[in-house]
Design a protein around this ligand. Structure first.
Ligand SMILES: [Cu+2]
Length: 182
């Protein structure tokens, strides 16, 4: 696993946090036990809050956008690696960026995944990270909802009910979802 270049920084960060949080024995030999240190923790615990989806114009095959907040109360990172829904042909993980000319563009996130570090909070919100629904089966109508299944690398799949609204709903309207359970 260590030979996969992209993962090295992530592993080092995770170990640093875990070691700091559980520094009880004064041991510091993390260098030669990197993998063991990760596998013997409690793992990630992801709290999902305030999911919502913007209502869409009445056109065929449009795109939809989903926002929510992820917090990781566990002691290792997890990654959102994919999502799917029966209401769209495909789902991508995107980020909005402003280019040198001040124009907003969206693109797939680096590596195609969204990392949620231990103790961290990741906001999917307008002008930032979002989940993109490609080729909607039908427009997303205000006041309706639809299922969206998120696939995390470690905690697995969780299916949410996504309320559709033109304006961002007040926080806390939807009960938080905790995976694995609290
Ligand atoms: Cu997008």
């Amino acid at each position: 696993m260590i030979r996969i270049g992209l993962r090295i920084p992530v592993l080092l960060v995770a170990v640093a946090v875990v070691t700091g949080a559980t520094a009880c024995g004064g041991e510091s030999g993390a260098d030669d036990t990197t993998t063991v240190a990760i596998e013997h923790t409690g793992g990630p615990q992801i709290v999902i809050e305030d999911p919502w989806s913007r209502s869409t114009p009445d056109v065929e095959g449009g795109t939809g956008i989903v926002y929510m907040t992820f917090s990781n109360r566990g002691d290792t990172a997890d990654r959102l690696v994919a999502a799917k829904t029966p209401v769209a042909a495909a789902v991508e993980l995107h980020i909005d960026e402003i280019d040198a000319n001040g124009v907003m563009h969206m693109r797939m996130v680096d590596g195609g995944v969204i990392e949620i570090p231990p103790g961290g909070t990741v906001l999917l919100q307008p002008a930032g990270l979002h989940i993109m629904l490609i080729d909607l089966a039908e427009p997303l109508k205000e006041g309706t909802s639809y299922p969206l299944t998120l696939k995390f690398e470690t905690i697995g799949e969780v299916t949410l009910d996504i309320p559709v609204s033109y304006e961002q709903p007040e926080p806390g309207v939807v009960d938080p979802i905790v995976v694995p359970g609290s």
